[in-house]
Design a protein around this ligand. Sequence first.
Ligand code: FMN
Length: 461
Amino acid sequence: MSAIKLRENLWSVGVLNPALRVFDVVMEAKYGTSYNAYLLTGEKNVLIETVHLDYFDEYLDNIRQVLPVEQVDYLIMNHNEPDHSGSVARLVELCPKLEVIATKAGKKHLQDITNLDLPCRAVGAGDTLDLGGGRVLEFIPAPLLHWADTMFTWDKTGKTLFTCDFLGAHYCEPTMLDRHIHARKAYEEEFRHYYECIMGPFKPNVLAGLDKMPAETELVCTSHGPCLSDTIQWAKDLYRQWSTPEPKPRRRAFVVYASAYGYTGMLADAAARALEEEGYEVVTADVTEQPLSFCAEQANRADVLLVGAPTINRAAPKPVWDVLTSIDPIHLKGCAAGAFGAYGWSGEAAPMLHTFLKGLRYAAPEAPFRVLFRPTEADLAAMADYARSVAALCTSKVDEPPAAAPAAGGKWVCALCGYIYDPAEGDPAHGIAPGTAFADLPASWSCPLCGVDKGMFKQAD
Ligand SMILES: Cc1cc2nc3c(=O)[nH]c(=O)nc-3n(C[C@H](O)[C@H](O)[C@H](O)COP(=O)(O)O)c2cc1C
């Protein structure tokens, strides 16, 4: 793909990778992808993103179709995953006077990815870059969309928002414009697939990101797939719909199991009955009868998860693992889980499942529950007790009322790395005196451990 003029002073200089079929190890890419990058020209010339290292030469050719690469003044990195930042080191080699711009977390990622001490300016909310000629870029941090370092860059003059992965899709559109997509249905499916795999784990951040998009945006330049102009509202509406939590009047439990001779199934039924009596909305599924997609969805929406498997050849059978490895572990706060199963002599399955669930950071009882061959009535009663003991560990909320305005004096915790800001201690290493309330920290303050912005902190329980 060559350089494409998108607007006055704005060029697409990214590349297509139509042969890609698997992205980030786990994500199918039926139609390949593009590594998008943009060049803003004027008194100062600005590149936004680089591309995957394998495509650096093509990227360079595209830039050179517009201007000599040595004339680029700034490189803005909205997000530093290596598919976008992979070529930064080579670009800096060619343009030693280039100044790189990223969030504080982005600067750190970039240094860890290039292993170089790059000339990088860290920017935060409201910071701007004056390009001369009346063109000023504004930076809008939008953390965890989908990395800690993510930000949007807003070009008010061109009414263009550079969103990196946000609103993107793995799709090759050679013209780079949504209005030219021929296989519309295929693109829409990829748009959804991309949301589910990349943005889905960060739904609250997606809603925050939508609210940060300037209303007058006319062009959205993403980092994968076509730029959006005609379909901005369509894309925003879908992101909002997919990210808005459904009402949850009751806690949900999912009892999922496999069973060769029905013994583990008997335990599953006893657990489901007990949880129903506890007031839970309960779904039960045998993994050999229900599709993995259904089981994965139920596991991800459950407040309490009970996983059962017989021991088969000293392990739990694969279909059960398929469900467990489909769980998105990012938002399991408050959720509880337990493992159970029938066995014949060695009984490894339930302990293995239990260890895995604890590894995902579910609240879990001390031990799994297992029974030799066919459960007795006493075993079924004990299984019901076990299910209740798991439910007792669940602390997830039901239909949470809108968050009250945070009190100024309490502790705050970083959602990314767990660092706790204690007003009593302050952060003297960064000029914050003991006794400074979180609300009084300057907007430029960031997490001393991982570098994310203040906005990533939540009030500690
Ligand atoms: C092919 C096969 C392999 C098994 N391997 C083990 C094993 O390694 N260790 C064990 O404790 N039980 C083993 N068992 C016994 C089952 O775990 C036991 O029959 C259990 O009660 C089955 O429960 P279910 O009816 O829920 O499938 C095996 C059973 C089968 C059919």
